[in-house]
Design a protein around this ligand. Sequence first.
Ligand code: SF4
Ligand code: ZN
Length: 424
Amino acid sequence: MAKRCRVCNGAAQIKRPKTGDIMCKECFYYAFEEEIHHTVLAGKLFTAGETVAIGASGGKDSTVLAHVMTVLNERHNYGLNLILLSVDEGITGYRDDSLETVKINQQEYGLPLKIVSYQELYGWTMDSIVQQIGLKNNCTYCGVFRRQALDRGAMLLKVDKIVTGHNADDIAETVIMNVLRGDIARLRRCTAVTTGTDGALPRCKPFKYTYEKDIVMYAFHKNLTYFSTECIYSPNAYRGFARAYIKDLERIQPSAIIDIIHSGESLCVKKDVRMPVQSTCSRCGYISSNELCKACVMLEGLNKGRPRLGIGKTHKERRLFNEELARQAAEAAATNCDETTTTTTTTTTFTNGKVCCGGKGACGSMGGSGQAPEMCGSNLQSKSESDCVGSVSPSGGGGVAECANSLKKVRIGVPTAKPNLLEF
Ligand code: SF4
Ligand code: ZN
């Protein structure tokens, strides 16, 4: 006897991975979309009138996110102004192709598209970074830079929020990774449906409870245009092991993913556990718990041919770098830097050879605006957690800023020589 859809009693065509329900396609689509709507409502993710950037990589998660956000915005009158925002890491044969998919999505959904690139922001592509550092730790660089690149792109567009396609599988993996690393600060926040409310820009995850298998099924049956090739630099071994571990668990306990997320949500940190104190990077103004944000340290390492600077916590390179920073700060304090009393025309050469017009960054002088420490936009640099979930999800940072371009606590920079960045 033909199986019937458990919702409409029509002919069933699908067995839903998340619930095992037998359904027709139309009922599956509706149930899938409405569950995401429920997450949006329960998490109070949006307010009517907001401009929301959808992190778009061309992969299945972000493509389905763009599609579903468009559908729900219309169906439930969210009143959102949606924009696609992509990051070009500069990975030949991978990201260039996937961005072509995003451009097709742009046409399909009639949404504006903005692309920011590592080359423009940092002066490095992932191809050139891998050439220097090899295939170990490349995803750490990429994740840190991507996070900041997304924030910078979003600030250029003056959006209110960013939404990313991180799904339930990704979040469960992140919980396990943070447990294994003992990273309590990230463990505490990684299950939040909205993060970054006290930082650069709020980031929301409407797919927090959505299973990857459901997303694949939705994209496949809806015939959505997405890019499914793996990143050519994707060893990302640590996440890979976490993923394999959860897949093993799922075989014994099918609810493993959601159980791990619920465990992460319920964890509470003892009062006496020391947490990083949030501050801003003295070089670029991005949110950071250290003197310099992770991206600025990484860029310093790349620009000086000392790539290990940005990796690990206690490496000798980092210690030497911190001593160098302290020495520079002491020297600047001793001379009391006459530039602080001048106006915007002071020109300073950075350690990487680029020239700053006077932000209180590497040069130690006061920005042209004469306000708080900030760095001019001649050399955009960046911060983050490596939250790329392989080759398909947008993820993601914080960095160097243009003089006097501030948003909340963070100043995000825009190279003034590239006004076309604002065109999309
Ligand atoms: Fe970057 Fe992701 Fe590729 Fe790693 S797998 S290099 S984080 S795009
Ligand atoms: Zn910085």
